[in-house]
Design a binder for this molecule. Structure first.
Ligand code: AVJ
Length: 333
């Protein structure tokens, strides 16, 4: 069955139901079980945010991006449209664009529209079918552009396909870098430096420090889409690990922690309860949280310092008038 092949460590082309071959390095189901059980056995309890992005979670995230309270996507789109020509000039001609966490590849099109003779596009995402559709749509819109989707967890080592290009530009929009602690982010920036090589560059979206009330609204939207996105993690554990979380007994919460400068998303147990996952029993007391996501907000100075630790130098910074968000171009120092 497909399940077995999926665990194969070697990249393989999968042309089932699709025009584009997809390099499938998706994490095995056993990774989810191991990570979930490990995270729920610690105090405080945690679950890795990368598991938000199954196909439904990726769809819910796109709904978040369209919310009036969720300023990052809207603002990054404004910045990207306004400065696309400058961004493309920084990337240079015949560049291969390697995008980490490509989702629906919406912002990518703005960059691709301005790049001179792009050599190819490699979207990397953990949600296989969502990636397949996004990559096929994008390839149809850019005839002649080589598009090689890679289903992978980019927080783990992976080897991207090699395509002929003058240089590699790693594209990492959305401030996904904010999901990592400073140590993890520094490590990821080093990995990115390896991916882009000595002549390459990094075009990255970085969310900035701001009024905590603006942040609180962005992560506690009125329609409850962020809550649904957060709770979908438990639905996924129920489905894929035969867990028995009662979704009515957990509540979405997002709190701003000023010292590290981050939003922390949690799923809070409404009462004392026990949950079964893969022949283990996990007990919760009333009000006990599972931490599901960090979203760090940086000053320009903080981010530049972290990049320097990883051997990268900020060459260009583009922001909106209110300085809510930034897009930055980095190369090796
Ligand atoms: C795309 C991961 C950066 O942290 O703001 C949105 C995910 N979480 N609402 C973020 C998210 C809650 C988003 N990232």
């Amino acid at each position: 069955m497909l399940e077995v092949q999926r665990h194969s460590p070697r990249p393989r082309a999968n042309s089932l139901n699709t025009a584009l071959p997809l390099v499938d390095l998706a994490p095995a189901a056993s990774d989810l079980r191991r990570d979930a059980l490990a995270g729920l056995s610690t105090t405080p309890k945690t679950l890795p945010c990368k598991y938000f992005y199954d196909d439904h979670g990726s769809w819910l995230f796109d709904q978040i991006c369209a919310l009036p309270e969720y300023y990052p996507t809207r603002t990054e789109l404004v910045i990207s449209r306004r400065y696309a020509a400058e961004m493309a000039a920084a990337c240079g001609p015949q560049a291969l664009l390697l995008e980490l966490g490509s989702g629906s590849s919406t912002k990518t099109r703005i960059i691709l529209d301005h790049l001179r003779a792009p050599a190819g596009y490699v979207p990397v995402d953990i949600a296989r079918d969502f990636l397949r559709h996004a990559a096929n749509d994008l390839a149809a819109a850019y005839p002649g552009l080589p598009v090689v989707p890679v289903c992978a967890d980019f927080t783990q080592p992976f080897t991207p396909p090699t395509l002929a290009a003058r240089r590699t530009i790693v594209y990492f929009p959305g401030s996904t870098i904010g999901n990592f602690t400073a140590d993890e982010a520094t490590g990821l920036l080093r990995t990115i430096s390896d991916l882009m090589g000595p002549e390459g560059g990094l075009l990255i979206g970085v969310d900035l420090r701001k009024d905590p009330h603006v942040l609180a609204r962005a992560y506690n939207d009125a329609k409850g889409i962020t809550a649904a996105f957060n709770l979908n993690l438990l639905t996924r554990l129920n489905r894929e690990l035969s867990a028995d979380f009662d979704l009515a007994q957990f509540q979405h919460r997002a709190v701003w922690d000023p010292t590290p400068g981050r939003i922390e998303m949690q799923l809070v147990s409404k009462r004392d309860q026990a949950v079964h996952i893969a022949d283990q029993t996990i007990t919760f007391h009333a009000d006990e949280p599972i931490r599901t996501e960090y979203s760090h907000k940086y000053t320009l100075e903080q981010f530049a310092g972290m990049a320097a630790t990883a051997g990268l130098a900020v060459r260009k910074v583009w922001t909106d008038h209110a300085r809510l968000f930034s897009v930055q171009y980095l190369t090796r120092a």
